[in-house]
Ligand binder design. Structure first.
Ligand SMILES: [Zn+2]
Length: 315
């Protein structure tokens, strides 16, 4: 039985974790502002993490651009940023701990192998959905060379009293949530075939290292939460509380992102940019001469919004 993860406690510590793949856009400012407001409304600290594990996608100068954009909006972190590119030894130690506990195993499968497995059974997964890993290498590599490391999703961590079932969790805005990770995703990747660390492992190790009590981020990441909870349980680290924020949608209804042509934030008028992000978060119109004055009024308004979330999500 994995050690029971303690619930995160103590003084509030939140974070914003941008990827330096380009400057912030309107959608990423919503996540930055929401996490900042939530930290301030709790009298807590707000930390930054630069998620630069996916090095091929990182763009030179993007981190400086992001920090400059945040500063122009009055969003300044309480400590220097943590960079995932410097955290390889910590991720390696976590993988080693999982391997030693029988919770990580090498996988030889390519994406093609996994697709062929399902095709042979007449199963087609919708392009938007995750293709679940069928567990091919759970019992060994059968002489094939190892490519990646995967986490063994185990009934001990899911369901109730060791009986396999969905992972249940509570979202401060969305209320009770659940996902059967074994069915929806299967044994997921910890270290990729190209040696890069998977997002799930890096996030869990870094949230624990930074003492994060509250994860506040975009709703598109909500379905990653059960995987991260399983890793927290297996590593015996505290589970933060979660609040997933509304997304800014592109004209086609998809989440606004750099991939679908989101423009960098126009910060000639930072108050207008903050107001646009605040409106997505449900804040009222706030009249202010500058970002500092705007933010000072936004904190009590956000406190009212999260009090309403708490009442609604308990129903
Ligand atoms: Zn495999």
């Amino acid at each position: 039985m994995a050690p029971a993860a303690a619930a995160a406690s103590g003084p509030y510590r939140g974070r914003f974790a941008p990827s330096p793949t380009g400057p912030l856009h309107a959608g990423s400012l919503v996540a930055a502002l929401g996490s900042w407001l939530d930290a301030r409304a709790h009298g807590g600290r707000w930390l930054l993490r630069i998620e630069d594990t996916d090095t091929p996608r990182c763009v030179a100068g993007a981190e400086a651009a992001i920090l400059g954009q945040l500063a122009a909006c009055g969003l300044v972190a309480d400590a220097p940023p943590l960079r995932q590119s410097a955290r390889g030894p910590a991720y390696g130690a976590a993988l080693e701990a999982l391997r030693a506990a029988g919770r990580a195993y090498p996988c030889a499968c390519t994406r093609k192998d996994i697709e062929a497995h399902w095709a042979a059974r007449g199963v087609r997964w919708p392009p938007e959905a995750e293709t679940p890993y069928p567990g091919t290498c759970r019992g060994g590599l059968q002489g094939r060379p190892a490519r990646a490391w995967r986490f063994r999703v185990d009934a001990r961590d899911t369901g109730v009293q060791g009986i396999a079932g969905p992972v249940h969790w509570h979202d401060r805005r969305l209320g009770p949530q659940q996902q059967d990770v074994a069915q929806a995703v299967g044994d997921f990747v910890l270290q990729r075939a190209d040696g890069l660390w998977a997002y799930q492992l890096a996030v869990v190790v870094d949230d624990a290292a930074q003492g994060i009590t509250d994860v506040v981020r975009g709703e598109d990441l909500a379905d990653n939460t059960p995987r991260q909870i399983l890793l927290q349980r297996a590593l015996g680290v505290p589970a933060p509380r979660y609040l997933h924020l509304p997304l800014v949608r592109a004209a086609d209804g998809r989440k606004l992102s750099k991939q679908n042509g989101a423009e960098p934030l126009d910060l000639r008028d930072p108050v207008a940019a903050l107001q646009a992000a605040g409106t997505v978060l449900g804040l009222p119109r706030i009249e202010a001469a500058g970002p500092g004055a705007w933010l000072a009024q936004a904190v009590p308004a956000w406190a009212g919004i999260i009090a309403a979330f708490a009442t609604r999500s308990r129903r």
